[in-house]
Write a protein that binds this ligand. Structure first.
Ligand code: FAD
Length: 621
């Protein structure tokens, strides 16, 4: 076997998880190598060319606050930005950006290529070499060995990938790319338990053949708000999306063709994403619905290719054409790329620690879709955490473990390693207990100290954050101190907004707490000593308005932290504890929770079991 050079960290896969992992490790000064089957598809947006959206937008902001790359690349590649959910509370506002697929790939590739300490290699990794329960390196399909002190596997949908279009199937990692067969067997031979999942994508259409006049146009926000705390302005031209609908005829075509669907004929065994269903799933599960929305989204500035969001399918090509052409505006549409479904192997994530290191293999980390998640943002978040933790461990430093009250990334990883998943896992705001603490607008307040402390956030970005915090704190203080006297002017203004007049001196923050009042109103009566940006005004408003609720959630989180800090010894033997049922012992032995808090979140673990374990753990120490 030919032996090439040794690295500190090897990352297998240059998708969204791999890019973040490799950049983090190289930026932290470790000699890093990233392997990909095809250099031209680095950071490929395999499905929808869009980043963010509900809860996922929060993840992107958190990645940025910790010093990751996804938000910056999105800002450089975005062609439409929209803040979603503005009609609801601030906890669920979320930014979403449509990206130019080619620009996204090129911009991320540029970040990797310009990064010091980072080598990029096109090669298929076939084997992970482990001895004495410790990772030693990898072997490629050309029989080349590369040594490493840590290996991070981020292979997405490629492990034994099997594509389906109708009843035809082909081995592939995703459309037009080789699958990864040997590596899946290598992971299995290391003792990892694996399962099979499925996901799908809709057809891409040629804009020349779409009648946009029959659709509804949807513009982005003007001016667009960037994702990254380091972006000053979005400079790409901004493009609209279009909305049309399926109809009765579309649904009839689908129903009469179900026997040709690999999903409904039982050919696909993997479990699909419940929350991102195919059009055939939607037509069956929501039979009462007469139509489903279809968003026509541009794939880029320089292309006529459009993504038909909402009609993901694995039905045969001739049926796909019928489906598309039954939709208003798409009567003459040409399919440029067909829809397809893909099945792939994944690793049950309860075999990982919160650092994303495999429990019984020192130095082996897994991140991204390989852990059963679905989505670019979920993948990138895990990649960043794995890259940081592999580096911290090699430097002999404490790991980065984010709490459920600190970040959606904390919720994501805790869910994966504690509850596991048997279907593609995607992030939702409803998965977080402390939604009011984990807002989109305050990711920097929650995480930038950590990103800076680790060494991934630049001095300039951190200094801007400190200034923002100073201005915010000062304004909140001012609103508490400044009192307004009752006057015709203010009382008429209050009454005109449907809220009551004031009868005595009242502090500005008390007025701002009223649901009808926005910060703009306060500013008219008493402006701050120096003008604030609209971003800071927004944060001030949220912090003042929701102060009571935020305080309550913080107290709750603080109470539960006591359990979170109670460590369970790694070799703790549950079998010897009287009072625990067989089923509970089995579950605890499988997950091997690191703290009492984690144990309490394992499905099926009762409060009584927790008190019994707590007593035993206290005796043990
Ligand atoms: P990927 O982005 O898949 O990257 C994997 C990387 O690993 C690639 O660079 C590949 O070359 C490399 N690689 C694999 N094996 C090897 C090897 N042996 N040696 C070297 N390199 C290797 N997400 C959603 O949120 N919603 C959706 O509706 C959705 N639909 C999808 C539909 C399809 C058809 C596909 C393919 C994906 C879909 N996704 C969807 C998922 C989304 O694309 C992924 O979640 C995300 O890209 C995962 O990122 P990742 O970094 O884990 O892996």
């Amino acid at each position: 076997m030919y032996k090439e050079q040794d690295f500190d960290v090897i990352v297998i896969g240059a998708g969204h998880a791999g890019c973040e992992a490799a950049l983090a490790s190289a930026r932290l000064g470790l000699e890093t190598c990233i392997f990909t089957i095809n250099i031209d598809t680095i950071a490929q947006l395999s499905c929808n060319p869009a980043i963010g959206g509900l809860a996922k937008g929060h993840l992107v902001r958190e990645i940025d606050a910790l010093g990751g790359e996804m938000a910056k690349v999105t800002d450089r590649s975005g062609i439409q930005f929209r803040m979603l959910n503005l009609s609801k509370g601030p906890a669920v506002w979320s930014l979403r950006a449509q990206a130019d697929r080619v620009l996204y790939r090129n911009n991320m590739r540029q970040s990797l290529e310009r990064q010091k300490n980072l080598s990029i290699k096109q090669a298929m990794v076939e084997n992970i070499v482990v001895s004495d329960n410790s990772v030693k390196g990898v072997i490629t399909s050309l029989g080349v060995f590369y040594g490493a002190r840590a290996v991070i596997v981020t292979t997405g949908t490629f492990l034994k990938g099997l594509m389906h279009i109708g009843l035809d199937s082909f081995q592939a990692g995703r459309a037009g790319e080789f699958p990864s067969i040997g590596l899946s067997d290598s992971l299995k031979s290391l003792g990892l338990k694996m399962g099979r999942l499925k996901t799908g994508t809709p057809p891409r259409l040629d804009a020349k053949s779409i009648d946009f006049s029959k659709t509804t146009v949807q513009y982005g926000d003007d001016p667009p708000l960037p994702f990254s705390y380091s972006t000053q302005k979005i400079t790409n031209p901004q493009l609209p999306c279009y909305i049309t609908y399926t109809n009765k005829k579309t649904h009839e075509i689908i129903l009469k063709s179900l026997h040709r669907s690999p999903l409904y004929s039982g050919k696909i065994k993997g479990i699909g994403p419940r929350y991102c269903p195919s059009i055939e799933d939607k037509v069956i599960r929501f039979a009462e619905k007469e139509r489903h929305q279809v968003f026509l989204e541009p794939e880029g500035i320089e292309t006529t290719e459009y993504y038909a969001n909402g009609i993901s399918t694995s039905l045969p090509y001739d049926v796909q054409i019928e489906i598309v052409r039954s939709i208003e505006g798409l009567e003459n549409a040409e399919i440029m790329r067909p829809a397809y479904a893909i099945e792939y192997d994944f690793v049950y994530p309860i075999q990982l620690r919160h650092t994303l290191e495999v429990k019984n293999i020192d130095g082996l980390y897994l991140a991204g879709q390989i852990n059963g998640t679905s989505g670019y943002e979920e993948a990138a978040a895990q990649g960043l955490v794995a890259g940081i933790n592999a580096s911290l461990k090699l430097k002999g430093k404490e790991p980065l473990i984010l709490g459920r009250d600190e970040a959606y990334i904390g919720v994501l990883i805790d869910d994966l390693v504690t509850k596991g998943t048997t279907e593609p896992y995607r992030m939702f705001t409803s998965r977080a207990e402390y939604r009011l603490l984990l807002r989109h607008d305050n990711a920097d307040f929650r995480l930038m100290d950590k990103g800076y402390g680790i060494g991934l956030v630049s001095e300039a970005v951190y200094e801007r954050f400190r200034e923002k915090k100073r201005l915010m704190d000062r304004e909140i203080e001012r609103l508490k101190k400044v009192r307004v006297k009752p006057s015709h002017e203010i009382n008429n203004a209050l009454l005109s907004l449907g809220t009551s007049a004031i009868s005595e001196d009242t502090s500005l923050d008390k007025i701002l707490k009223r649901p009808e009042i926005r910060y703009d109103f306060i500013k008219k009566f008493s402006s701050p000593p120096e003008p604030l940006t609209s971003e800071i005004e927004g944060i001030v408003e949220i912090n003042v308005k929701y102060e009571g609720y935020i305080q309550k959630q913080m107290e709750m989180a603080e109470k539960l932290k006591k359990l979170e800090y109670k460590k369970i010894p790694a070799d703790f033997n549950y079998k010897g504890i009287a009072g625990l049922s067989h089923e509970i012992i089995e579950k605890l032995s499988e997950v091997r929770p690191e703290t009492i808090g984690q144990a309490s979140r394992i499905p099926g673990i009762t409060p009584t079991a927790i008190s019994i374990i707590l007593i035993s753990v206290e005796r043990y120490w």
